[in-house]
Design a protein around this ligand. Structure first.
Ligand code: 6PG
Length: 261
């Protein structure tokens, strides 16, 4: 597959481009299939994208036809600072006219306000069932119109961590092992789902990610240690949106395409 790497001056320009992609993909999917299935990521990088979608881009999107999913989640209640759903709710969901029934979060608490939380295995099973409900008939998994992903400095994406099993058969996995001493209590979609998407957009910013970015985009294939390399859409586009700092260690042949907006 041809690498599509788009380099931006800063994270503001990158986020605007990511919002333009959202708007265009949503319009096309709604036009062709009457709905838009999108997977959001957690972490800090997409926050500006969510703000833009909630403000400048709000009126450009037919929110009633948008269905939102998450690529991974920490098993904490939604009001916990670590909840990706909670972050998205505060910055995006509470500002747009989207029906509650279109928000498909990874349920980590059995019922609102119960104060309990689901264990990763149970939350993962539940989310697999949610995904099966949106499965494309021929594939048995959903064919998402757009998936946003981030990259950790260690090469993880979603909650697929270095050292985790590469050959998976499940749509979602509970993550309970400690990877590099990081306590994990999460649920993640696997590459079996991501790789069926029509479009996958990675966003990575900051100098600290430069070495890892150069490694994951090199010819050295090591999906066990660099889970980002497990992402390889079978019949879709893969686009990298990176800022100049994150692109700093890319070889010249990969770093030519600098975008203005
Ligand atoms: C999460 C993720 C995770 C994230 C990367 C990058 O919820 O933490 O889905 O994979 O995308 O760790 O995180 P930053 O955007 O904060 O660098």
């Amino acid at each position: 597959m041809k690498l599509d790497i788009r380099i931006f001056k800063d994270s503001e320009k990158l986020s605007q481009h990511a919002a333009n992609i959202f708007t265009a993909q949503a319009a096309q999917a709604i036009n062709e299939r009457k709905r838009f299935l999108v997977v959001l990521n957690g972490g800090s990088t997409p926050t500006r994208l969510f703000q833009l979608l909630a403000t400048e881009y709000r009126e450009k999107i037919e929110w009633a036809k948008v269905h939102i999913f998450w690529g991974d989640e920490r098993c904490v209640p939604p009001d916990d600072a670590g909840s990706s759903y909670g972050q998205t709710r505060d910055v995006l969901l509470s500002h747009i006219p989207i029906p509650d029934s279109n928000i498909h979060r990874i349920q980590t608490d059995p019922s609102a306000g119960s104060g309990r939380r689901l264990e990763p295995a149970e939350a993962s099973r539940d989310y697999s069932l949610t995904l099966r409900g949106f499965a494309s008939p021929l594939l048995n998994v959903p064919r998402f119109d757009l998936v946003y992903l981030g990259m950790g400095e260690d090469g993880h994406t979603a909650s697929l961590f270095p050292g985790s099993p590469v050959d998976v058969t499940e749509l979602t996995l509970p993550v309970t092992a400690y990877y590099q001493d990081r306590p994990a209590n999460r649920v993640t979609m696997t590459q079996l789902v991501f790789n069926q998407a029509r479009m996958i957009v990675f966003m990575a910013t900051g100098e600290k990610k430069a070495v890892t970015l150069a490694e994951v985009l090199s010819d050295r294939y090591n999906p066990e240690l660099l889970p980002v390399q497990r992402i390889d859409p079978k019949n879709g586009e893969l686009i990298w949106l990176v800022d100049e700092d994150a692109a700093g260690k890319l070889p010249r042949r990969l770093s030519r395409k600098v975008c203005e907006g």
